[in-house]
Structure formats: structure tokens, C-alpha cells
Design a protein around this ligand. Structure first.
Ligand code: MOS
Length: 764
């Protein structure tokens, strides 16, 4: 297994991650398109599907250990306050209450980049952790929370990025409200020169709201000690990340901590970080000598476990008469909550179109609200809505069809680095998508539909990273009966990781998938790999799985050569057996081979290869939307969404379509209804449940059509897979906004596009 250690980088969420990683240097024959493959690319049902639909799948939420007790958290009642006193006496007297943690009796464990502690006497948003109660039941723990008496000294607070920018604004932390002390800036070329070259200069401003992840499974952990060894079951996108934070927080060697995530009910970025609740469960379990389960309820999740930060984005561009972009600038303000986080949204602005003169300035501002976290394509979802609305406006100024305008400013190379792309099939995606929606036949002149129900068609582009990269490993064990165990350096957050790993191994070794066990999400048994985030899991893990399987095939061939007494070049591997090419009577199956070799198990370790140097690696695509706007009620109905993307090779047609459906539906929520409402008078969130924070239901789901225009990015890796979990949501809101404009001739520049905004745009 040729390996080397190399310096490399790959795009993770919103930025490049530099690593020095061990990689495989083995070269395997390129897979051709999926029609030539047996298992990969096919609409294979999830191998964990039965367990999930039958209810036997154990999620962290389902973990129930003998003697387990239950913990709940008390959150701050105020957006900014100093805790003067906590009286836990009454709560402790409640029968069944076992222990209560507060800042007074808990080790000072630094949190959020040392900007606070696990428990801190200064609480900076509603819901900030004040105390934790562990009791014999969840109900008793809940009751006890109400008996804790907290004396707060309320402080003035800030609830908007505007407010946070004021010179006399309340400082959330001593060093001011701008994260990092100054805005993030980027530039290339010379924007002043670029604007001089322009025939038309245009600017506009767009707003997006705070949206909350709201995965189906709430944030939760269970902790159990066995002597000095700790096992944590956690609903997390990164078992290794949690293991490392738990070990560091508790001062334990990593060998004493095991983190397990077998199944997970969604994360969307909100579960990339270790929760305070996880450490609290571990501390309580140690004190009590009992397993402790902790769950964060829906209300608390809406307050403190992360959100997509809001944005106000001012875009300016210069164009020539023919529509060529000459300069672009973006200034954005995002409120990221009470602790340092990131709220930039310039990724698509800087990367989609060809424009040499560019400047972006992004302010991430702290306010007294729950802290932002990565949320499915962080920055790109809000950035793409603004950019792609703006691009349609520019096209109109230039008198050019919006799709034509995009093609005119198409970038053949990465505008940031000048590097070529491994593959870029955005043109093909535009073509497929526009044909499927009927762009040229059905799309009417803007605002020309008659009657009170007005239909329109719009589109938006997406760009994302999604190359994946090393370090990522897969261990393969072949049993003596020819069945296999795959250990992947990952966890399955619901996207189908279990299934594609089995598919890749099955493709190479021709072992049926029902003879495979896939193990993920256990830090003590699996090899290392990335968090399930940034659309990196399949592009990182699938090549490592192929490497492990190809090595296994080589091992089998070499064993068969020794047993059969024939050179390897006279042997052929077929359906989990080896045959002599020239002598039909000579063959050996895997079980016979193992038996002859007195082995019970063959083991190989597969690794991801390095990403190709001097190339940009991105996924591309576009969504096309057809909408119907009721001009009497202001309600927008989505009739159809077409998604057309270059995502490299499809590993599993079914799970790829699942992900597109999920992303599009989540994008519809962002476009039309989802919005966290923070009351400026009280600093409290007014809608912390599904009754008041609206997400789409099946009634809101339109016809969805998916086209993948790529067959495989063979320059990228031995499987040619790019990530697609985030591309699925990115262009949805922009496509809908542009379709609404096409329908009614008025542009909604603020998300969500609720009926009141539509009516205001129409009649005021
Ligand atoms: Mo990330 S927002 O978990 O892909």
C-alpha cells in the first residue's frame, strides 16, 4: 500500500482547511460512467433503511442504560445579565433530584474560544446555560429547574447588527462587538478602475433572516463511566471532534474517551460543534457514578444551539452595455450572536462570475442572542439569494435574458486563483435545467401574466467546495466466509454513508451488500476521517473505501497465486473468486483461500489520495423555479423546482435524490417562511416552537425534478465524487425570488418572502 505524507488543503464549509496528511498514492483504473458499473450509481436502498423505518434503529435520543438518570439545563431568562446569586436549596430538596451544577460549584472550563466558561456568571443571551439539574426522571429534572432561584442583575442589551455597530453600543465582550476587531476584507484587481470602465453602475441591498437548524432529533448526549473510561453517545456530526473536546475539557487522555453516534436525526451544521450539554452529562455521570442522559429541548435548541446568521448585503456592480461585468463590490453585516462566530456571505459573490475587479467587506457582529453556527452551506445560502437576485437586476438593466447574462459572464477558470477547474459543467447544468423548466418556451415577459394568479419562472446558480480530501481512511476486514466488515472514518448523519461505503466495496470485490457490515461513528474502533460537514464525506471516504477494496483484491490475487501455483497475470478475479485464465479447472473462492492460508481475516487500510494541485475543485449547478403568486393574498406557491448540477459521480441515485429533495425543501422554508423573531424590547425570541417558527410541510412541497449532468471527476479522485449535500439548498431561494419577480414585476429583497412583503411590494 504505497503511501506518503503530503501538505494539502481542501475546502471545508466556508474556507480552506490546510492539512498534512497521509495519502494513498496507488493509481487505479478510472471508473467510466455509472452505466458501466454494477452497484455504484444505482438507486440502492439504504442498508440501514429497514432498521430506520421499523423503529429498531437506535439514535442517541433512544439510548437507555440500566440505572440511567436524566439531566436538564436551566437557561438565562434575560439577554444580558450578571448572576448575582443562585439559590438551589429548594430544587435540591425535591425528591428525586440528585445534583445541581452552577458556575459556583463547577470547574471553569473555557468555551467558545475562551470567550466564556461552561457556566459563567455573565449570561449574554436568553437561554445561556445557568444551571443543570440531574434527577431520577426527566419530569423531576424539569420541575427542579423551576425551583432554582436566580437573582439577575439585568444589563442593557443589543438585538441587531445595526445596534451593535453604534459607537455607544453595549459591548457584548470587552473587546467590542465586531468579531475579530474588524471586518473581513477581500479584493482583487482595481474596483475604481473597473467602475470607470462601466456603462452602467447599479447597486442594491438585500436582507436575509435568522434561520434555525431544527433537525428532527434534538441535541442530546448520554454519558457513562466504566472506572476511568468514559463512553459518550452523542448526536453529533463529528465523533472525533467531540472526543477531543471532551478529553481536553475533562483533562483525560483520548484513550479514556469513546464517542459513539450510530444513527442521527439530522444536524445541518448545528451539530458540528461539541455542546456544553455533553460535558455537563459527563461531569454529572462521573459525580454520581451513574449513566446520565441529557436532552436539549426544542425551545432551547431554537435559542442556543446555533442558527444561520442574518445578513444585510449591499451589492454594487458596473457593467458594459453588452452586460460584461467590470467591477463588483459587496458589503455585508451579519449578527452572529453573543459569542464569536462567522457571518460572511461573499463566497458566491467572489467565485461564480468572471470579474477581475472585486472587493468584499464583511462584518460579523455580536449581539445578545444565541450564537450562529455553520448551517448547510454557511454564507452561500444567504449570499446566493442576494447575488442571484442582483444578477437578474443587472441583466434587466442591460436588456439581456438572465440566463444569457450569466453565460456572458461565465468564468472558465477560478476567478480567485486563476486555476482551471477539475471539471465545470455549469453550462450543461444551465442547458438541462432550462430545458426541463421550459425557460425559452414558457417564460413570459416580466409581469405580463394576466389575472390575479400570476405565474413566473426564475433561476439561480450555485457554487460550492465539496472536493473532500485527506486525511480520510477506511479499514476493510474480510471474514473467512467471504463476508466483509467495513470501518469508515466517519459517522452517518442520515445522508447514506453506511450504504455508499458498502456499494463501493461491493463494486470492487463483487461481494453482495447483504454480506457486509458497516461500522461508523465509534472513535474507539473506526479509523480517522472528517466531520460529516462541508459536503466532504462522500468525496473523502469513497476513494478510501475503493483503495481498501482494491488492496483487498490484490491481497486475494496474491494469495491465490501462491495457493494455485500460477503467476498473478495468469489469474483473473471474478465474483469473489479467482480463476486461472487458461485452465478452467483451476479456481479458488475466498473461503477456500483463507482456509488454505490458515487465516480468519484479511485486513486492509484504505486512504484518500491527495487532491490534484493547481486546480480549483468545485461543484456547480442551478435551480429553476416556477411559481404562482396570488396577488390578492400575497401567497407564493411553488409549482416546480428543477435542480441541475455538476456533482461529479453519483454514488447512489436514491440517496442523492433524497438529499436534493431535503435541500430544496429546506431552501423553500428559508425563501418563504422560516424566521427567528427576536424581540427588540425584551431581547427574547418570540417563536421557539414549530407552531410559530414555520417550516415547510408536505403541502408546501412542489414537483421536484433532478438532473445530474456529470459522470465522474476522475482528476479529483478514484471515485470522482464531489459533495452535494449543501449544493442542494444553495440556489433555491434565489431561483424562487427571481421567479416571483418574473411573475409580478416587483422584487422582494428581503427573506422570507411572506405574504405581507408581497402585498407591500405590489400595492405600496
Ligand atoms: Mo455543514 S453546515 O454541517 O455541511
Amino acid at each position: 500500500m504505497p503511501r506518503k505524507i503530503v501538505k494539502t488543503k481542501y475546502f471545508f464549509e466556508e474556507d480552506y482547511r490546510e492539512t498534512i496528511a497521509e495519502v494513498s498514492t496507488d493509481k487505479y483504473e478510472d471508473w467510466k460512467n455509472n452505466d458501466t458499473l454494477k452497484v455504484v450509481g444505482k438507486p440502492v436502498s439504504r442498508i440501514d433503511g429497514y432498521d430506520k423505518v421499523s423503529g429498531t434503529a437506535k439514535y442517541t435520543f433512544d439510548v437507555d442504560l440500566p440505572g440511567m438518570v436524566h439531566a436538564r439545563i436551566l437557561g438565562s431568562a434575560y439577554p444580558n445579565a450578571i448572576i448575582k446569586k443562585i439559590n438551589i436549596k429548594k430544587a435540591k430538596q425535591l425528591e428525586g433530584v440528585l445534583e445541581i451544577l452552577t458556575f459556583e460549584n463547577t470547574p471553569k472550563i473555557p468555551w467558545y474560544n475562551n470567550s466564556t466558561f461552561l457556566f459563567d456568571s455573565h449570561v449574554r443571551c436568553e437561554g445561556d446555560e445557568v444551571a443543570a439539574v440531574v434527577a431520577e426522571s426527566e419530569c423531576i429534572a424539569e420541575e427542579a429547574l423551576k425551583l432554582i432561584e436566580v437573582e439577575y442583575e439585568q444589563l442593557p442589551f443589543v438585538t441587531s447588527s445595526n445596534g451593535a455597530m453604534k459607537t455607544d453600543a453595549v459591548k457584548i465582550h470587552d473587546n467590542g462587538n465586531i468579531v475579530g476587531g474588524r471586518p473581513a476584507e477581500y479584493s482583487r484587481g482595481n474596483v475604481d478602475e473597473g467602475f470607470k470602465e462601466a456603462d452602467i453602475v447599479f447597486e442594491d441591498t438585500f436582507d436575509t433572516q435568522v434561520a434555525v437548524h431544527n433537525p428532527t432529533e434534538v441535541h442530546c448526549s448520554a454519558a457513562n463511566w466504566d472506572g476511568n473510561k468514559l463512553t459518550v453517545w452523542d448526536s453529533t456530526q463529528g465523533v472525533f471532534a467531540v472526543r477531543n473536546v471532551v478529553s481536553a475539557s475533562l483533562g483525560l487522555p483520548e484513550s479514556d474517551v469513546t464517542v459513539i453516534t450510530k444513527y442521527m436525526g439530522g444536524g445541518f451544521g448545528g451539530k458540528l460543534e461539541t455542546g456544553k450539554y455533553t460535558i455537563i452529562a459527563a461531569l454529572l455521570a462521573r459525580d454520581l457514578g451513574k449513566p446520565v442522559k441529557i436532552t436539549v429541548n426544542r425551545k432551547q435548541m431554537n435559542l442556543i444551539t446555533g442558527n444561520r446568521p442574518d445578513s444585510t448585503q449591499s451589492l454594487k456592480a458596473g457593467i458594459k452595455k453588452d452586460g460584461t461585468l467590470t467591477a463588483m463590490t459587496l458589503t455585508s453585516y451579519s449578527a452572529v450572536g453573543a459569542y464569536p462566530s462567522w457571518g460572511g456571505c461573499s463566497g458566491p459573490f467572489r467565485s461564480i462570475y468572471k470579474c477581475g475587479n472585486m472587493k468584499t467587506t464583511e462584518y460579523s457582529l455580536m449581539i445578545n442572542a444565541g450564537r450562529a453556527r455553520a448551517f448547510r452551506a454557511p454564507g452561500h445560502v444567504q449570499g446566493t439569494f442576494a447575488l442571484e437576485s442582483f444578477i437578474d437586476e443587472l441583466a434587466e438593466k442591460a436588456g439581456i435574458d438572465p440566463l444569457e447574462f450569466r453565460l456572458k459572464n461565465y468564468s472558465e477558470t477560478d476567478p480567485n486563483s486563476g486555476n482551471p477547474y477539475t471539471t465545470k459543467l455549469l453550462r450543461e447544468a444551465y442547458k438541462k435545467g432550462s430545458e426541463a423548466i421550459g425557460w425559452h418556451q414558457k417564460r413570459k415577459a416580466t409581469g405580463s401574466d394576466t389575472g390575479y394568479l400570476k405565474r413566473g419562472i426564475g433561476m439561480a446558480t450555485q457554487i460550492w467546495g465539496g472536493s473532500g480530501g485527506p486525511p480520510a481512511y477506511v479499514t476493510l476486514k474480510l471474514n473467512s466466509d467471504g463476508s466483509a466488515i467495513i470501518l469508515g472514518g466517519s459517522q452517518d448523519i442520515g445522508t447514506g454513508t453506511y450504504t455508499f461505503l458498502a456499494q463501493v466495496v461491493s463494486e470492487v470485490l463483487e461481494i453482495p451488500m447483504n454480506k457486509m457490515q458497516v461500522i461508523l461513528g465509534n472513535t474507539s474502533s473506526i479509523p480517522f476521517g472528517p466531520e460529516s460537514g462541508g459536503s466532504t464525506t462522500a468525496p473523502s471516504l469513497s476513494p478510501a473505501a475503493r483503495d481498501a477494496a482494491e488492496q483487498m483484491k490484490n491481497k486475494i490475487m496474491s494469495g491465490a497465486s501462491a495457493v494455485l501455483g500460477l503467476p498473478e497475470n495468469e489469474l483473473i478475479y471474478k465474483e469473489a473468486a479467482v480463476y486461472a485464465i487458461n485452465d478452467k479447472s483451476k479456481s479458488i473462492t475466498i473461503p477456500d483461500l483463507m482456509h488454505r492460508m490458515h487465516e480468519q481475516m484479511f485486513i486492509t487500510n484504505g486512504a484518500r489520495s491527495v487532491n490534484p494541485e493547481h486546480y480549483a475543485i468545485n461543484s456547480f449547478g442551478a435551480h429553476f423555479a416556477e411559481v404562482e403568486v396570488n396577488t390578492e393574498t400575497g401567497k407564493i406557491k411553488i409549482l416546480k423546482i428543477v435542480a441541475a448540477h455538476d456533482i461529479g459521480r453519483v454514488l447512489n441515485k436514491k440517496t442523492v435524490e433524497n438529499q436534493f429533495h431535503g435541500g430544496i425543501i429546506q431552501g423553500i422554508g428559508f425563501a418563504l417562511m422560516e424566521e427567528r423573531i427576536l424581540d427588540a424590547n425584551t431581547g427574547k425570541v418570540l417563536n421557539t416552537d414549530f407552531h410559530t417558527y414555520k417550516i415547510p410541510t408536505i403541502q408546501d412541497v412542489p414537483e421536484i425534478e433532478i438532473h445530474v449532468v456529470s459522470t465522474g471527476d476522475n482528476l479529483l479522485s478514484n471515485t470522482g465524487v464531489k459533495g452535494m449535500g449543501e449544493p442542494a439548498i444553495i440556489p433555491t431561494a434565489g431561483a424562487i425570488a427571481n421567479a416571483v419577480y418574473n411573475a409580478i414585476g416587483k422584487r422582494i429583497k428581503s427573506l422570507p418572502m411572506t405574504p405581507d412583503k408581497v402585498l407591500n411590494a405590489l400595492y405600496s
